[in-house]
Design a protein around this ligand. Structure first.
Ligand SMILES: [Zn+2]
Length: 82
């Protein structure tokens, strides 16, 4: 299987378990989709990214939100939101 990158968060998807709904044609990873493999909504994913950043980096909530927005603005899944 060739490596694909999630179009929502940029995570490399190397194994079938990494793909949303475990469908290898899914453009999004399991972290960005619900159990059916459908992309989560923007607000849900934004909040998840903010929590992820604050848990990994010693930054304020405002900084985490700015970083999350910058990351999401680059991704094909969310380009219409910016
Ligand atoms: Zn993803």
């Amino acid at each position: 299987m060739s490596e694909r990158v999630c179009e929502s968060c940029g995570m490399p998807m190397r194994q079938i378990q990494d793909f949303g709904g475990q469908h290898e044609k899914n453009k999004y990873c399991r972290y960005c989709t619900n159990e059916k493999g459908e992309l989560k909504d923007f607000e849900t994913k934004f909040q998840e990214m903010v929590s992820f950043i604050t848990s990994r980096m010693n930054v304020s909530q405002a900084t985490a939100e700015r970083v999350a927005r910058e990351n999401m603005a680059k991704m094909p899944a969310w380009k219409n939101y910016f």
